[in-house]
Design a protein around this ligand. Structure first.
Ligand code: MSP
Length: 523
């Protein structure tokens, strides 16, 4: 991976409610990619944050008897910032759409579009889903059932939509359809994965309407600069976070060094990012994003996990028992990035036990314990290598290269599967070489040293390769191996080149046995 700027973003999260594991999933994926790039010599920058304006937040605040800003402050401090700790996110910035840097520069953007003639006054008459904060076409709606029988409901939220009739400002988005189609054609990686790209292309081919970008029936939002009786439509406001956080409007040098970004988003918000957002940027004369990647949903009972449907599981319900590393590993490994996936406690505990505890953790403890027992903790020098030792060394390079290529296409699950070949091969190697048997015979001393030397080297390579995904456990392993320098400074794309100290130190179990897993009942 060539050195350069790697600016990666998560969506900014609505603060109407607390996070569930679907939100944490997006955060972890973006964090793994950012850490990987940081350890590949790139100037990686991870942005996350919160989306605080709009009717959804306003109504939640009113229902709770506080102002929307008070509500947002409370949720940001008690729920959204703590989420980053819970799943160990190393973000470089956290933007709130109520930050002055965002409000001021979002207004500059809007004024610029207005001055350039991309905005006109019109009337919006149609449906709106407050859950999605989205104007809806009839085709996006379905017949309600139960309490909502006889009404049209949003296909995503299963709740009734509202009929709006407002004088609004419109963005001439329809003018950008051809340029958008050319963008998708000329740059096939712009929207990924392929299914997402096809979906977006056929949507745009059906023709684009202009977009209402202001609301005048409530006032919780950024004021339209030339008409303070309107607030900016919450999605138009929110999308701008990606540039206002990077210095747009106030620090041209910083902006030039970061932008364009790679956006990681759930597939439900793909059109906003792959259609509306690039059209806004084109109108403003700003480069479009590098890539928009739409990941799948975490499903519960075949449906998208959501708080509004009471299927949300709090991330801490998992991390309190399994730890943040296991959370990160499980979701990155078990779900193909870009596809939907179902979470189950059984699958999580099975993978924890077989892959993390038995596969990786045990390997690390056994090898280090043998160096302590048979070599007094000194990492032995190798004698002549056999084909078996050379095969391990070759695997270290092969999986490093494979994982690096997979990460370049955002196939995080494939990168992890590649790295796991080294875990499995090292386990097979130890079983086959039987260092405990070699230790019994003084004539096998050189062979014992070579085997332990090879195994220690393989472990260090694993520590580096897995550090973007399971930073806590690999940090402990790195310390036990006496690796040179900080683990976070090791080049992951050349993981096998790591060097270490002369001695190892004792290692506590990386993934302790979990005696009984009680499935929380309040999820
Ligand atoms: N505020 C908007 C995003 C604005 S970005 C300029 C928003 N917020 S959200 O809080 O509703 O969702 C944020 C992200 O969480 C989205 O990418 C969404 O797809 C993701 N997820 C919400 N539920 C999810 C699952 N059940 N599974 C996976 N991701 C999920 O949309």
């Amino acid at each position: 991976m060539s050195a350069g700027s790697f600016y990666i973003t998560t969506p900014i999260f609505y603060v109407n409610d607390v996070p569930h594991i679907g939100h944490a999933y997006t955060e972890v994926a973006a964090d793994v990619l950012a850490r990987w790039h940081r350890q590949s010599g790139d100037d990686a920058w991870l942005l996350t944050g919160t989306d605080e304006h709009g009717q959804k937040i306003l109504r939640t605040a009113i229902a709770n008897g506080v102002t929307p800003k008070e509500w947002a402050d409370r949720l940001v401090e008690t729920a959204w910032k703590p989420l980053l700790q819970t799943v160990n996110i190393a973000n470089d910035d956290f933007i709130r759409t109520t930050d002055e840097r965002h409000e001021v520069n979002a207004q500059k953007f809007l004024q610029h579009l207005h001055d350039e003639g991309h905005i006109y006054t019109g009337e919006y008459e149609g449906y709106y889903c407050v859950g999605c904060e989205e104007y809806k076409q009839t085709g996006d709606l379905v017949d309600g059932t139960g309490d909502y029988a006889g009404q049209l409901v949003c296909a995503i939220h299963s709740k009734p939509v509202e009929l709006l009739h407002e004088k609004n400002y419109f963005f001439k988005m329809s003018a950008f359809a051809d340029r958008l189609l050319a963008l998708y054609e000329e740059n096939p990686d712009f929207v990924q994965p392929e299914a997402a790209r096809n979906e977006v292309m056929s949507f745009v081919k059906r023709g684009l309407s202009d977009l209402s970008i202001s609301r005048s029936s409530f006032d919780w939002g950024i004021k339209v600069p030339w008409d303070e009786s309107h607030v900016v439509y919450v999605w138009f406001d929110a999308l701008l976070n990606y540039i206002t956080a990077a210095g747009y409007g106030q620090n041209d040098e910083e902006f030039a060094s970061r932008w364009p970004a790679t956006h990681i988003v759930g597939k439900d918000i793909l059109r906003f990012h792959a259609v509306i957002w690039p059209a806004m940027l084109m109108a403003a004369g700003i480069e479009v994003p590098k890539q928009v990647f739409g990941h799948g949903w975490l499903l519960v009972g075949g449906e998208k996990m959501s708080k509004s449907k009471l299927t949300g599981i709090a991330p801490s319900q998992i991390t309190d028992t399994f730890g943040s590393d296991a959370f990160r590993y499980y979701f990155m490994r078990a779900i193909s990035f870009g596809q939907d996936g179902s979470f189950s406690w059984e699958d999580l505990s099975a993978r924890y036990q077989s892959e993390l505890a038995n596969g990786f953790g045990n390997l690390a403890s056994r090898v280090i314990a043998m160096v302590v027992r048979y070599c007094d903790g000194t990492v032995p020098a190798a004698g002549a290598f056999t084909a078996d030792d050379l095969a391990i060394q070759a695997t270290e390079r092969r999986v490093t290269d494979a994982a690096t290529s997979f990460i370049a296409t955002l196939a995080i699950h494939d990168a992890l599967a590649s790295v796991w070949q080294l875990v499995d091969e090292l386990n097979g190697y130890i079983t086959l070489q039987e260092p405990w048997a070699l230790a019994k015979n003084p004539d096998s001393r050189e062979r014992l040293d070579t085997v332990l030397h090879t195994a220690v080297h393989g472990l260090g390579t694993l520590a580096v390769l897995l550090s973007p995904v399971i930073p806590v456990a690999t940090g402990k392993l790195w310390t036990a191996l006496g690796g040179d320098g900080a683990l976070a400074d090791q080049r992951v794309d050349r993981a096998w080149e790591w060097t270490g100290g002369a001695r190892v130190s004792a290692l506590e179990p990386l993934f302790p046995r979990i005696e009984s897993i009680v499935e929380p009942s309040d999820g």
